[in-house]
Write a protein that binds this ligand. Structure first.
Ligand SMILES: Nc1ncnc2c1ncn2[C@@H]1O[C@H](COP(=O)(O)OP(=O)(O)OP(=O)(O)O)[C@@H](O)[C@H]1O
Ligand SMILES: O=P(O)(O)OC[C@H]1O[C@H](OP(=O)(O)OP(=O)(O)O)[C@H](O)[C@@H]1O
Ligand SMILES: O=C(O)c1cccnc1
Length: 509
């Protein structure tokens, strides 16, 4: 099958070069040294949760899968690579390597955590088993897509937790990192739990509910506020949320009520008003009083203006009678923590004899010492509630929840902290699911609505102390005892071997 990414006009929109140059120079190195086809295992995981929280909501894997399905090098891509030169003006890439790339297609297998899954530090979010060259070539786009969307989905989940059952609308496109970034952010925010977006392209592309009110410019375009409200209400009698703060908010609410009365005469109801400035707690209280006194008890109060999860909590604790929250900039830019530091690490590779050799990066900082093997995580639940997560090596040990009467979960960074979970009454499930098998996509194509539901169900499955926005309690997530021991043995051997890669004699594949 020919794979090619095109716009509707037939323009080639190959994204094969959306990578770091070193991925291509390393790929040429693997090709030239005969290592390209060696079996390898990589894991994508993060080390430190964002926003002072304990968890991340996985997102972006479907978008990555779409990218990977069409990943190939076009004639234009290869012609450009042929123009690149290194020191002395010599071509960077050989003709034979570029010819190889022209025919190259991803051949590997990938397992991934379904989008909307709550994931803890060091747990494999994506596991790639592929020829070394193939696994290397997908690193940068995988990280770019999954890091970004997981970050935004996590931020959205925090806004969701702060909002409780109130509606949350994502208003961020105008402040997003470009149109593509905005599209990805709207997708991720919905997966993270917002109810709707103002981004119409995201609504079309992902079947997200589209919602909106009107801008200050609408009011300013008319001779006065009441005229503006009337015109809008006549156009959208069943969909009018009037922005009341252009001139003087309390007068704006009175004008909206007058228009609401006119709507009632036509059999329609004023849906809402929006507050976008001033003291939102005070003004929402005043607006609610005026609306209720006038008999508009069902008219909703929408608030917007630099909101985030902390302001939502504050406004709620002040008793602000706000029904709907419009959240833009701080959500789609992940304002207080602009990047998730997800990484992609080699965990095993074949040697010349075709024996799979574990590999681990060793570092003085325990959190930066990687975990070797072919990993998965088993999540342990009791009465539907998550009680612990255990990373284990699928090649050298059986599932920890199927082995003995208890699971000992050992912290990755503080091994003296461990939690013993007795298995009576426990049901365990593996977090990774197949995404690609031998180069063919087999998963990652469920609806974003299903992913969003997974986030909501997932959040409901953890103790609220773990999800708390400020100084949350820790959750028992770590390594199986066997994996911990194996990693310690390899680490000790690696230090003795002067921090080189760690060959061992394991031949399991
Ligand atoms: N009662 C409140 N408690 C805490 N924060 C509030 C409250 N009311 C409003 N805020 C927040 O305080 C900030 C107010 O900022 P600022 O005064 O600069 O803007 P504004 O009132 O929205 O006016 P403008 O849009 O004209 O700049 C916003 O982030 C808003 O969400
Ligand atoms: O504050 P955010 O969380 O980013 O939410 C989006 C903001 O975008 C709009 O303001 P803008 O001044 O761009 O346009 P407007 O004239 O319609 O208010 C809207 O009124 C919100 O304040
Ligand atoms: O529809 C709205 O009210 C809206 C949309 C984008 C940004 N701010 C507000």
């Amino acid at each position: 099958m020919e794979r090619r990414a095109q716009t509707q006009d037939g323009e080639n929109v190959s994204r094969a070069l959306a990578t770091d140059l070193y991925q291509l120079t390393m790929a040429q190195g693997y090709f030239a040294t005969g290592m390209a086809d060696r079996a390898s295992i990589f894991h994508m995981f993060y080390r430190s949760p964002p926003f002072g929280g304990r968890y991340v909501v996985a997102a972006g894997i479907g978008s990555f899968s779409e990218w990977l399905e069409t990943f190939c090098f076009s004639k234009d891509d290869l012609a450009f690579l042929a123009t690149l030169s290194g020191a002395g003006g010599r071509p960077l890439f050989s003709r034979s390597f570029l010819d190889y790339l022209a025919r190259w297609r991803f051949r590997g297998s990938i397992d991934a955590i379904p989008e909307g899954t709550i994931v803890f530090p060091h747990q494999p979010m994506v596991r790639v088993r592929a020829p070394l060259l193939d696994a290397q070539l997908i690193e940068t786009p995988l990280l770019a897509i999954v890091n970004h969307q997981s970050l935004i989905a996590t931020k959205a989940s925090r806004v969701r937790l702060a909002a409780g059952d109130d509606e949350v609308l994502e208003f961020g496109l105008r402040r997003a990192p470009g149109l593509e970034g905005g599209l990805a952010a709207s997708r991720a925010a919905y997966i993270g739990g917002v109810d709707a977006t103002s981004n119409v392209l995201a609504a079309q592309r992902f079947s997200i509910p589209a919602r909106g009110t009107h801008a200050h410019s609408w009011v300013l375009a008319f001779a006065d506020e009441q005229e503006a409200f009337l015109a809008y209400a006549e156009l959208f009698p069943h969909n009018s949320v009037l922005l009341v703060d252009t001139y003087e908010t309390v007068r704006g609410v009175r004008n909206a009520i007058a228009v609401g009365r006119r709507l009632r005469q036509q059999g329609a109801e004023l849906l809402g008003i929006r507050l976008d400035s001033g003291d939102l707690a005070y003004l929402a209280g005043e607006a609610r009083k005026l609306l209720d006194e006038a008999g508009f008890t069902a008219t909703k109060i929408v608030a917007s203006g630099d909101l985030d999860e902390h302001l939502l909590c504050s406004l709620k604790s002040q008793g602000a009678p706000i029904d709907v929250w419009g959240v833009g900039t701080k959500l789609v830019t992940a304002f207080d923590e602009p990047a998730l530091g997800g990484v992609y690490k080699l965990a095993a590779v074949d040697d010349e004899q075709g024996r799979l050799m574990e590999r681990m990066k060793i570092c003085d900082q325990p959190e930066k010492t990687s975990i070797p093997g072919c990993l998965d995580t088993v999540r342990l639940k009791r009465d539907g509630f998550c009680v612990g997560d255990c990373i284990f090596d699928t090649l050298s040990e059986s599932r920890p929840d199927r082995d003995g009467g208890a699971v000992n979960i050992i912290s990755v960074t503080h091994p003296w902290q461990n939690k013993r979970v007795t298995l009576a009454g426990i049901s365990g499930s593996l977090l990774l699911e197949p995404l690609f098998v031998d180069g063919q996509r087999v998963g990652g194509n469920e609806s974003v609505a299903a992913m969003r539901q997974r986030t909501l169900d997932g959040l409901a499955g953890f103790d609220r102390t773990i999800l708390r926005l400020l100084n949350p309690h820790s959750y028992p997530a770590g390594l199986s005892e066997k994996l911990y021991q194996r990693r310690e043995t390899l680490r000790a051997a690696g230090l003795a071997a002067n921090r080189h890669g760690l060959p061992n004699d394991r031949t399991a594949r």
